[in-house]
Design a binder for this molecule. Sequence first.
Ligand code: AMP
Length: 280
Amino acid sequence: MRIESNPENVRAQVREWRKQGLTVGLVPTMGYLHEGHKSLIDRAVKENDRVVVSIFVNPIQFGPTEDLESYPRDLNADSRLVENAGASLIFAPQPEDMYAADFSTYVQVNEVSEQLCGKTRPVHFRGVCTVVSKLFNIVAPDRAYFGQKDAQQLAVIRRMVRDLNFGITIVGCPIVREADGLAKSSRNTYLSPEERKAALCLSRAVRRGEELVDGGETDGDKIIAEMRAVIEQEPLAEIEYVEMVSWDNIQIHHKVDGPILTAMAVRIGKTRLIDNFIRE
Ligand code: AMP
């Protein structure tokens, strides 16, 4: 599997593909790849002639007390997964390949970044938008693939692409779950066996919310209260937020009367997990 760390080499390769008239898909990741990432790569391989998978634990999207140092990394295993999935190139830069010592340009998307994770992770989406803009400029793909697992991120990237005329099609892909319902995440590896069981309260709450909405309940506060109650039954769980927002602008919304996102962040011990459902 070809692994490139230098942005200019990636740009040169993509230029070659373009000369041959080939289409290019991009799957941005932080590595430690699992079936969720693989579903994005599979879709990208189906829809594009060449696929670049980026693997970069982006320091500027982590707050000072977050898990940048401990974030799991395994480039060998990742490389096997990407090769088997049929992608063409891994772009795995080092932080110094992406950020000059005097780096000073950031992309800030307002409104859609403000609620949910934006409240508790104040620099997060600015870091995500900055690095994704850089990836878009380096790779210049036709399409880029993002998981609904990070639903707010998907909304923020869509807004950024529209506002800044990137001219890239953003493809949102459904959440891939473990057999017992837990949304797949690189961070699940932090969980002890006891915490792993406790973590099921997130997907249980999501299912409860979905049942209510699909059964015709439109009172957002009632739906959120029932979902919170499911999580509160789990002693190891500490809720950061459970909220309903409008899927269009990620502003708090109290009624199911249009496209909605219901999202949560919950700490299980030291591990922060997220989950959600969308009804469009
Ligand atoms: P990450 O490596 O966690 O930054 O994730 C890279 C991409 O994979 C993001 O677009 C995520 O939304 C997506 N992703 C992560 N986990 C899942 C999952 N369980 N199902 C679908 N997509 C996922």
